[in-house]
Write a protein that binds this ligand. Structure first.
Ligand code: GDD
Length: 317
């Protein structure tokens, strides 16, 4: 049985990845959590995985955890992942995201662990993308527009550097936006779906707050995304970088319209200036050719279905 360690196991993608691996049934799963981590996303599988207390911002804690678990594969999903928070607390986003990764690499290197590491890098790294550059290939220049995006560029390039310098084996997945049930309520589709569910229940006046509706994003269902992460470690080249995306861009306004169309309640839409960003990435539309060629992966869940599932998720809570 392959020993697989998931950082960020209590989070959105981490919990879906564990669901996927449990269904496969061909690995022994370990997950890292901190003493104050919320466990609502993982209650349904805590009896089937080994949870280890570890703080990735602490080098000793990370080293000791890896020495104990001795994973064959690591999915490194733990991060400060909400872009606006990185303007409010840039140091925290940068240190959490970059140090955690360095601590993992150093522990793997010093322990001489023969393990593969998937790095959850991000399409946000591309940042300012010009109209003649879409769909975006892995070779596009990186022009990050937030401290979060800079932290992901650092994680990404550290992956390359540790492979070149030390042959620490990692695959860099540049995931474009992914959504689905359990998505944190601050991210756009989940935020809108939760507001609609709250309005339907009379918990909030029928006014839905929004930010920049003109932005364009390439959405994939999280269940397709975690399958891609698995394939990345199973089939991709060490030290390489791959876009994971659907190849279709949605205007955020259209995401909102689909969600509103799923509700019978009359809802007014109002822009909240506090939701506008100092610099918003105008368009992220990816080219997944390199990853599809390497793995044969294709997204299977239409985004309309993802949105439906998200609204049902919030209605049920
Ligand atoms: N969150 C939010 N709330 N976003 C809004 C809103 C709103 O009310 N209204 C419009 N938006 C716009 C944002 O300005 C942005 O252009 C887009 O919706 C998506 O915002 P988020 O869902 O917050 O995601 P993100 O694109 O900033 O980042 C996500 O995707 C990255 C991959 O591209 C995160 O999951 C990152 O961690 C991930 O790396």
């Amino acid at each position: 049985m392959r020993r697989v360690l998931v950082t960020g196991v209590t989070g959105f993608a981490g919990s879906h990845l564990v669901d996927y691996m449990l269904e496969r049934g061909d690995c022994e799963i370990f997950g890292i959590l901190r003493w104050r981590s919320r466990t609502e996303n993982i209650e349904h599988f805590t009896d089937r995985v080994t949870l280890v207390e570890c703080d990735l911002r602490d080098a000793t804690s990370t080293h000791d955890t890896l020495a104990k678990v001795k994973p064959d594969w690591i999915f490194h999903l733990a991060a400060q992942s909400f872009v606006p928070t990185s303007w409010i607390a840039p140091t925290e986003s940068l240190t959490t995201n970059v140090l955690a990764q360095v601590h993992i690499f150093e522990a793997v290197r010093r322990l001489g662990l023969p393990c593969r590491i998937q790095l959850a890098c991000s399409s946000e790294e591309y940042g300012m993308v010009f109209p003649n550059e879409v769909p975006i290939k892995e070779t596009n220049p990186l022009r990050p527009l937030s401290p979060y995006a800079v932290s992901k560029v650092a994680q990404d390039l550290l992956g390359y550097q540790y492979w070149m310098s030390w042959k620490v084996d990692s695959v860099r997945t540049r995931g474009f936006n992914h959504e689905g049930p359990r998505r944190g309520p601050v991210f756009v589709a989940s935020d809108f779906a939760k507001q609609i569910a709250d309005i339907e229940k009379g918990r909030k006046p029928p006014v839905l707050s929004v930010g920049n509706l003109d932005a364009k994003r390439d959405f994939t269902d999280v269940r397709d995304m975690v399958r891609a992460y698995w394939l990345a470690l199973e089939q991709c080249e060490p030290g390489e970088v791959y876009n994971i995306c659907s190849g279709r861009a949605w205007v955020i306004r259209d995401v909102l319209d689909v969600l509103l169309g799923l509700s019978k309640t009359k809802i007014e839409v109002k822009q909240d200036p506090a939701r506008l960003r100092p610099s918003d990435v105008p368009i992220l539309l990816g080219d997944n050719t390199k990853f599809v060629k390497a793995t044969g992966w294709q997204p299977t869940i239409p985004f309309e279905q993802t949105l439906k599932d998200m609204l049902e998720y919030w209605r049920a809570r």
